[in-house]
Design a protein around this ligand. Structure first.
Ligand SMILES: Cc1ncc(COP(=O)(O)O)c(C=O)c1O
Length: 471
């Protein structure tokens, strides 16, 4: 007999355990590789986790984009694809779902989020204008720059501090925005680019009070607000949990109220909307809609499919309705938090508060001995893969790219390695394996030497850059 006592997750936290609101109907085998296999694969991939073959990955936390598991209802919907070139019935289902849950009247489908960003940027930005935003996102900013705009960061300062415990670190700093508008004049502001659960800040939410105040400020100057709604459902959960007056408000109602303060949105349906591919944009303004509906036929496809198959639009429409169910969102964010709590308990430096879709390891503190020029976050992603086959992604100096004017590296304050959790894919046991892998790499941190970039593509370099290990 042993006197050890095993305790469940809930018992350890002195509460009742919860479980995911789904059961598994189909499985995809994954396999663990040897360290030698992984060392070879990593060298072939130029120490960039984007260049690994997924077959060589054990637990894939590269991204939560397009990697979720669809429900039986979504798969059934795929069989109802109306693959007509024009006027597919699935488009009208998608349009209805967006109107019902997001509240915008005019909908344009696109192949994924960046297709929508491209069209919005072309339609809304004139050369020389500024685009204020609550922290940059890689593809969003690039499309804004390609359209002739200059992105200006107007997020609150605490967003750049991985240790600040402010509950809404995605908030817009209204004084920064007001200062920019006064300095440049309202006509030089293309629009306010607002994102829910700010990805690059660690998945940090925006408060309802902040978007309400933002609306008032923008109305004073006649500036429009467009929302990156990619992870807005997860943002709604943080409002429900943290903001006065929303505890009993369903996620769906919070989402709709938040959107009501904005003029439209773009969407990567591959995240919140629970599909493997797809996107859309939606606006209130009819003349703008005409312009976007015309642009979509040039770059994506006819305005009733925009690069998606009919079956994909059906899956998005069903996914939207599933995505706003309170139990789903709680379990999704709860799983991320479970992993975060383990790492925090073991004193591994991560961005706090834990965000909605991912754990962000703070590579600056993790590898305190490495300068930003030797790519600590990229190094950490490589070391984690080598140790355990867990695939993460760099979100630091490599992702930030170069300043288009000076050509120098942009040096973000946040040097992070992201462990993004796909929706409805992994179990608690997978999270335990990941946590132990991060701990092993942390225990061995003093041996890390950093990397040198040996190939750098012109756009979005983090996807395809190659590195060599430093001796
Ligand atoms: C916040 C945010 N906006 C936009 C996008 C772009 O979407 P997509 O990858 O579907 O082109 C992403 C994708 O990672 C994202 O995280």
């Amino acid at each position: 007999m042993t006197d050890r006592h095993f305790r469940t997750m809930g018992q350890q936290a002195e509460r009742r355990s919860w479980a995911e609101p789904w059961k598994i109907k189909m499985v995809e085998p994954i396999r663990m590789t040897s360290r030698e296999d992984r060392a070879r694969a990593l060298a072939e991939a130029g120490y960039n986790t984007f260049l690994l073959r997924s077959e060589d990955v054990y637990i894939d936390l590269l991204t939560d984009s397009g990697t979720g598991a669809m429900s039986d209802r979504q798969w059934a919907g795929m069989m109802l694809g109306d693959e007509a070139y024009a006027g597919s019935r699935n488009f009208y289902h998608l349009e209805d779902a967006v109107r019902t849950y997001y509240g915008y009247p005019h909908v344009v489908p696109t192949h994924q989020g960046r297709g929508a960003e491209h069209l919005m940027s072309r339609a809304l930005i004139s050369r020389g204008q500024f685009v204020p935003g609550n922290m940059y996102f890689t593809t969003t900013r690039l499309h804004q720059e390609l359209a002739g705009g200059t992105f200006v960061d107007v997020i609150i300062d605490e967003a750049h501090d991985p240790t600040s415990l402010r509950p809404f670190k995605g908030n817009v700093d209204l004084d920064k925005l007001d200062g920019l508008i006064r300095r440049e004049g309202a006509e030089k502001i293309a629009f306010m680019s607002l994102a829910g659960t700010v990805n690059m800040a660690g998945g940090q939410p925006v408060a309802m009070a902040n978007v309400r105040a933002l609306r008032e400020l923008c109305d004073r100057y006649g500036v429009r607000i467009y929302l990156d709604a990619t992870r807005m459902v997860e943002n709604a959960l943080f409002i429900q949990e943290r903001e006065e007056g929303y505890r009993d408000t369903p996620i769906a109602a919070i989402l709709k109220e938040f959107c009501s303060y904005t003029d439209g949105c773009w969407m990567s349906a591959k995240k919140d909307n629970l599909v493997n591919i797809g996107g859309w944009l939606a606006v209130r303004d009819a003349p703008l809609f005409d312009k976007l509906r015309n642009l979509v036929v040039v770059y994506e496809g006819l305005h009733t499919y925009g690069g998606m198959a009919g079956r994909d639009m059906e899956a998005v429409a069903i996914g939207i309705a599933e995505s706003v169910e309170d139990d789903h969102v709680r379990a999704r964010v709860g799983q991320v938090r479970y992993l975060g709590d383990l790492l925090l308990d073991w004193e591994i430096p991560i961005v706090v508060p834990v965000g909605g879709h991912a754990i962000f390891l703070d590579a600056r503190r993790f590898y305190a001995h490495l300068a930003q020029d030797v790519f600590p976050a990229q190094t950490l992603a490589a070391e984690l893969y080598l140790d355990s086959g867990v695939r993460a992604m760099e979100r630091g100096i490599v992702s930030a790219g170069r300043d288009p004017k000076t050509g120098d590296h942009r040096r973000p304050k946040l040097e992070l390695t992201r462990l993004a959790i796909p929706r409805r894919v992994y179990t608690q046991a997978h999270m335990d394996v990941v946590a132990e892998a991060v701990k092993a790499v942390h225990d061995a941190r003093e041996g890390a030497r950093g990397l040198r970039m040996v190939y750098e593509p012109s756009y979005l370099r983090f996807f395809q850059a190659r590195f060599d290990p430093l001796p």
